[in-house]
Design a binder for this molecule. Sequence first.
Ligand SMILES: Nc1ncnc2c1ncn2[C@@H]1O[C@H](COP(=O)(O)OP(=O)(O)O)[C@@H](O)[C@H]1O
Ligand SMILES: Cc1ncc(COP(=O)(O)O)c(N)n1
Length: 490
Amino acid sequence: MSCAGSRVRVLSVAGTDPTGGAGIHADLKSFAAHGAYGMAVVTALVAQNTHGVRAVHVPDVAFLRAQLDAVSDDVTVDAVKIGMVGTRAVADEVAAWLAHTRPPVVVLDPVMVATSGDRLLDADAQDAVRRLVAQADLVTPNLPELGVLLGEGTAATWADAVRQARRLATAADVTVLLKGGHLPGDASPDAVVDATTVTELDAVRVSTTSTHGTGCSLSAAVAALRPRRPDWVTAVREAKEWLTGAIAAGEALGVGSGRGPVDHLHHAPALGARPFSADAWDRVADLRAACDDLPFVRGLADGSLPVEEFEQYLHQDALYLAQYSRVLARASQLAPDGVAQVFFAQGAARCLDVETLLHAERLARAGTRWSGPASAATTAYVDHVLAVAATGSYAEVVAAVLPCYWLYADIGARILVRAGDLAGHPYGDWVGTYGDPAFAAASARACDLADAAAREVGAATRARMLAAFVTSCRHEVAFFDQVRALAPSR
Ligand SMILES: Nc1ncnc2c1ncn2[C@@H]1O[C@H](COP(=O)(O)OP(=O)(O)O)[C@@H](O)[C@H]1O
Ligand SMILES: Cc1ncc(COP(=O)(O)O)c(N)n1
């Protein structure tokens, strides 16, 4: 099949969801996610959210027909996806329009009950939906809908459901996309079934509450893909892989407190998404505030920190930096280009040179030798960054090392302001290093590299980046906070 326009023109005929997760709203996002030009005719106005359906208003069917004709009198429709019809009158009107204007691809999602359990189809409209099935090329029932279409009960097993799908495909001369989302277990298989062939498509079941609108989104994706794909199986396989990723990324959207929507644009995070660093910084707002209040940080700023505590801190920091340097070297090793490679290699060297020197000089000047082992807090932080370096991708490693730049630069700049003139300040050398604009520039560069890395990865890796970043920040706070407990152990 081919289409004349630069994009496939796909029409959704469906109900609304003002929270944007299901119905025509989901369909339009699904179309866009697959590069299609989306259009929509509203069958029913539904007052619903992620918790359920509050009210349904079905406009006069004459008005539905006016919408349908307005589209098809003007625009060539390459594919249509039909979702919620709600009433028998609507189903019959859509059937009449299909008989008059038959787009080359007709996908029917026989919506009957929402994920929330609310009815979306009048009981007396089931026969009308069965008639619509006969006009469709592909019908996409979930398990209960398949039973209703056949006038049978809901299949108890996947094998029974596949047999039911076969009966429907044969009786209605239609291809069936049987959806296994309602099955128990670790898998969420689907199957493309026609009179002669069954093609099972396996997928892992994502453990999530974000399943609102999955059926709508899947059928819309298949409608958008089919005009550009050689057969149903190819289009469905691609759509299902995309949907599994969209379900996995759904919770991160933070939309609603019930069964939330999927993230239709999870595969294109650069499309309007906030930079990784902006999200990450917001996520650790509480930790940043906590840092400013630590006695260690306050004592550093006003110079009242006992010198023993400072030296103990420097000793632990030197132990930390020796290992952190290896993690920066790992980031350099994994870096996608020469610029990032050099940045992290120089960072690794700097840890060993400048900062260790600062520590050694300071401790030597004090005439003190600190030789104790790494503390529990130091070991925990080192273990975390080394674990990410050993098992994580470049993006995750960059996220894990970022707080050591960014939190330090951030706190350093504020301490610098609070400390005032560094000339007579007991910790002027330390404050000068971390409050230095050159260190702030290195920190900004590390943020840019983390943002660039985040743009190249999917939602699951981005979530792991965030987790690695937040964990490093927690260790930073614990690292500062350990000092009081360590001081007497010299
Ligand atoms: N938790 C989940 N993890 C992965 N895929 C899922 C999950 N829940 C549903 N799906 C998939 O979403 C699509 C819609 O499934 P289903 O829930 O059966 O339909 P409906 O939304 O119409 O009730 C199917 O491809 C199904 O396999
Ligand atoms: C307008 C409209 N159409 C369909 C559904 C079903 O959604 P789901 O895909 O979660 O079953 C819905 N909740 N609202």
